[in-house]
Design a protein around this ligand. Structure first.
Ligand SMILES: [Zn+2]
Length: 108
């Protein structure tokens, strides 16, 4: 298991997961439910708040995954207005091209 992206904002981590999944890179979010499930999550330190982390299983994808994430998150200072997903009505930051929640592409 290799962490490729860590952010306190689960929205951004979920978005990164969508990006890697779209490229065919198997990945999952570690600590996704830590904040809500707390002590019921086995194996974690219960006193520590853990940030969600996007992980990949195969190290062969690490370079590609890092490149994808860097490409999509390096321009986050230039953000347009928030937009609402046409499929699930989730609000997305202006820098996202895909809905972080369901992965549907942004409608013009
Ligand atoms: Zn959506």
């Amino acid at each position: 298991m290799i962490q490729v992206f860590v952010d306190p904002d689960l929205t951004r981590v979920s978005y990164a997961q969508n990006l890697l999944t779209a490229e065919g890179i198997p990945c999952f979010i570690h600590n996704e439910h830590t904040r809500t499930l707390g002590p019921s999550v086995a194996g974690f330190s219960y006193t520590q708040m853990l940030d969600p982390a996007l992980c990949i299983l195969d190290g062969a994808h690490q370079g590609q995954a890092a490149e994808i994430i860097r490409t999509h998150f390096q321009n986050t200072t230039v953000e347009g207005p928030e937009w609402t997903c046409s499929a699930c009505n989730e609000t997305n930051p202006g820098s996202f091209d895909l809905c972080w929640s369901c992965g549907v592409a942004r409608m013009p």
